[in-house]
Design a protein around this ligand. Structure first.
Ligand code: SF4
Length: 722
């Protein structure tokens, strides 16, 4: 993809923004933002993508007099490889300089949800919000306040640090941030004790690659060239996905099981491998626990039974098991996809057993590829990111973010939630059971505070909105959950208008509330520097200075990273756990969600809501006109047989509904989904759609079997023409 030059941006836009910037910030900033860009000189700084994406691209931003003249991918970083994806290529125009950006604090002046606000000063906003929070703490206790944040900004400073200290200090309810990733992680940890397996660039050595519930062509784009290199070197690429994704179309083989049946498929593969005596017995004997229990357990997952569960042919299950077990190096790439079902963690747990069963870990490029965040857990100095010792032992209650709608409407909750503080998140779009969330946000007795770039569907319900800086305007440090590359983000320009980093917002509130503790007043740049101040071997050659000079750097890892070639699992026994009597289920089991007969009759179609948009990520940038135009209509994939039964033609306007809500959407008839399954994209803003509802109006707030994640793919619907 081409990087976008900004020399041709409408000059009036720059002047207008510059003038707003020159208008100044009415509340004197604390002096902790030292190191901001010098607005007088031409300069180029390195930064990194803050999005909820495994690629964590590194970029450069060139500026003159606080104006961006160039924004492009970092060519020094071999993983970014000089390319940003569609979602970010025009970021300065799409967010930083977008005319709709919020540039001053706002106070609600109309009914909740109306989007009617008046501008107020930072002094007034901080003073009023601090007074209201203090009042709630005095009347009901800190637990009546709920922070709500997630992957809207994955920077370690702007995503946590000061905000975490603030909420821990006031004794707020803790938020279980499990909407994405935790079920997957819990499942893999149960088997391997760590998620870091094969590193992304090492996939070029793999010769049999199973992409299980992941769509790298769209959502892990910088891994895809390495997969193609492996293919050019002779690798077979198999995709397992109930949806016919772009990746499946590029693969040698697409295996399309019924949604939510991955655990059964994985256990079926284990059955075949053992039945055919294709296991690596020496590896099993030396480095695993529980093979006899596993072997007995998978007897019931024979190909006939698994074929009935998954909808696959018996021959497909047998052929996949044999091909996987007899190819080397064989690699299974998992990410998040299959976690969003009630049986999701068990699926990851079972899939993670396959490389140990076949001894794939012995071979460079063989094993399981999942996450990388643990590398940074070891490499960095977390003192300034983690809570200080005096706050670390939080005893306050936890509320799961998946269940926000339930919590906001729960009259039995004691104390009830009186204040919701949202930052780096847009729950009116991204949280399941959208109508219940909205009902909660409509409560007149709920104080809602939002820090944002735009008047999102959540911010429309806020009592106060604070203008947040974009990533071009603040310091940060970005580790990665999908690569071994570390980045810092240096501010390229001074904050636009009256925007401030999240860190500064929470410092100002702490100051206003009279908190004297030094941990509130550590500057952003000091947090970045201290976090990099580590003697760990992975950090050899990496420093604040080197990251500033060249952008993203790979951790100093061994040339051949083979974590389990000789066992070394991070489980309690040091072995791969096929069986663990300490878990609620000693072995992974296929346990589907039990819908009532009535629900199946009323809502006969299984709804998948997935990340198929090519031009925006989650709900970020899904308000920008040219992006929405590029993305096209909000569509429902319908199998031709289901369409024929309902007399639906391609392009028809549809109503999709269930007991939780209804969505208006355009039909796209295709074989991308099997009969009985329909699929719509996540991320569209309800306020920009007909009927004011998007995908999460139909999803439920069910939790997964482990990790308390979001089982959003457990939803049934009916569809009719309108
Ligand atoms: S969203 Fe992902 S692929 Fe796109 S620029 Fe950001 S990190 Fe890179």
């Amino acid at each position: 993809m081409e990087s976008k030059k900004y020399k041709d941006i409408d000059r009036r836009e720059f002047i207008g923004i510059s003038a707003k910037g020159a208008a100044g910030i009415s509340l004197a900033s604390l002096s902790v933002l030292s190191g901001c860009a010098d607005s007088e000189k031409a300069k180029t700084v390195f930064g990194a993508c803050y999005h909820d994406c495994p690629d964590r691209c590194s970029w450069t931003v060139s500026t003159v007099s606080n104006k961006v003249t160039d924004f492009q991918a970092n060519k020094n970083d071999p993983y970014t490889a000089g390319k940003l994806c569609n979602k970010m290529v025009s970021f300065p125009n799409d967010v930083t300089f977008h005319p709709d950006r919020i540039l001053s604090p706002l106070k609600r002046s109309g009914p909740k949800g109306s989007g009617e606000f008046v501008k107020i000063s930072w002094e007034q906003a901080i003073s009023e919000v601090a007074a209201k929070l203090k009042d709630i703490i005095e009347q009901k206790g800190g637990e009546a306040i709920l922070p709500y944040s997630f992957g809207g900004n994955q920077g370690m400073v702007q995503g946590g640090a000061i905000s975490s200290r603030f909420f821990a200090h006031i004794g707020a309810s803790q938020l279980e941030r499990t909407i994405c990733g935790d079920a997957a992680v819990e499942g893999v940890l149960a088997t391997n004790g760590q998620t870091t397996g094969v590193l992304p660039e090492d996939i070029i050595h793999s010769r049999y690659i199973i992409l299980w519930g992941t769509n790298p062509v769209l959502s892990n784009q910088h891994l895809w060239p390495f997969i193609q290199e492996a293919k050019n070197n002779g690798a077979t690429i198999v995709t397992v996905d109930p949806f016919q994704s772009k990746t499946s179309e590029e693969s040698d083989w697409h295996i399309q099981p019924r949604p939510g049946t991955d655990t059964a498929l994985a256990l079926g593969l284990i059955h075949v491998i053992l039945a055919e005596n294709l296991q690596d017995q020496e590896y099993i004997d030396n480095y695993t626990l529980g093979i006899s229990q596993l072997e007995a357990h998978v007897q019931k997952y024979d190909p006939v039974t698994v074929a009935q569960i998954t909808g696959l042919e018996e021959e497909t299950i047998i052929a996949l098991a044999k091909a996987y077990a007899t190819s080397s190096p064989s690699l299974i790439r998992i990410l998040i996809g299959m976690e969003h079902q009630v049986n999701g963690a068990s699926a990851f747990r079972a899939v993670a057993m396959l490389p140990a069963l076949t001894g794939a870990w012995r071979h460079f490029g063989g094993g399981l590829m999942h996450m990388t965040y643990e590398l940074f857990g070891e490499a960095l100095n977390w003192e300034s990111i983690n809570l200080p010792a005096t706050l670390a032992d939080q005893k306050t209650r936890s509320i799961n973010m998946v269940e926000l709608g339930k919590a906001l409407n729960d009259t039995e909750l004691n104390p009830g939630i009186d204040a919701l503080f949202v930052y780096n998140s847009n729950p009116a779009v991204t949280t399941p059971n959208q109508n219940l969330v909205r009902k909660g946000l409509e409560r007149n007795d709920l104080l809602t505070i939002v820090s944002e770039h735009f008047l999102t569907d959540t911010a429309r319900y806020a009592d106060y909105v604070f203008p947040a800086t974009s990533v071009l305007e603040n310091w940060d440090i970005l580790d990665s959950w999908g690569t071994p590359y570390l980045n810092i983000n240096e501010p390229a320009i001074e904050p636009i208008g009256e925007s401030k980093p999240n860190s500064e917002l929470f410092r100002l509130l702490a100051q206003e509330m009279g908190f004297k503790e030094a941990y509130f007043y550590e500057s952003d740049i000091d947090i970045v520097k201290k976090t990099l101040d580590s003697n760990h071997e992975y950090m050899k050659g990496i420093s604040f200075t080197s990251l500033r000079k060249r952008g993203g750097q790979k951790l100093n890892l061994p040339t051949k990273w083979m974590p389990h070639a000789e066992g070394n699992f991070k489980t309690s026994s040091g072995k791969c756990h096929f069986y663990d009597p300490n878990l609620e289920q000693a072995l992974p089991e296929y346990i589907p969600f039990q819908y009532s007969d009535e629900e199946i009759k009323q809502y006969p179609l299984h709804l998948l809501t997935i990340k198929t948009p090519e031009n925006f990520l989650n709900s970020s940038h899904a308000n920008v006109n040219h992006i929405l135009e590029k993305e096209g209509k909000f569509y429902l994939e319908v199998n031709p047989k289901d369409a024929a039964m309902r007399k639906i033609a391609d392009g028809d306007e549809l109503k999709v509904f269930n007991q939780r809500g209804r969505v208006y959407i355009t039909a796209r008839i295709s074989n991308k989904v099997q009969q009985g399954v329909v699929c719509m994209p996540q991320g569209f803003w309800p306020s920009l759609l007909k009927g004011g509802s998007s995908a999460n109006a139909l999803t439920n707030h069910l939790l997964t079997d482990m990790g308390r994640g979001a089982a959003i793919q457990e939803a049934r619907v009916e569809v009719e023409k309108v």
